[in-house]
Design a protein around this ligand. Sequence first.
Ligand code: HEC
Length: 119
Amino acid sequence: MIVKILLTTFATGLLSLGNAAAQEPAAVRGQETYMRVGCYECHGTDGQGNDAGPLLTPEPLPAEAMANFIRFSPGRMPVYPEEVLSDAEIEDIVAWLETVPPPPNADDIEILRDLKPPE
Ligand code: HEC
């Protein structure tokens, strides 16, 4: 009996390992895609933006608007066609961006409070 339970547990474990990618929540896949296709280069590793691109978090664009921008960007941003980045992958990216919490208020960061210029 115990052997059977152990074997079943083992087999189920193997099965879920094989399906790991399919079972990953959208946000996990989205972060992986965001890093893989290079969004982080211009928008920061948490979508916080940098000199090369505006911030995307908190409150990212809805998936449809984001896909529209990614496919038809009129500006400096490279255009990603469907063959490179699917709509489903863009939905995953948005699912992840939605989980990124807003940064703390500067007044709540002790060293920044201390470094403020004198009034
Ligand atoms: C080479 C730099 C670069 C890369 C890589 C890049 N972007 Fe951008 N992105 C920009 C710039 C610059 C803008 C500002 C508008 C413009 O100039 O096109 C922008 C704008 C955007 C906007 C519109 C923001 C707004 O509020 O108007 C979204 C959404 C966006 N990027 C998402 C992405 C995603 C998702 C990826 C990865 C698939 C990505 N970008 C990759 C540079 C980049």
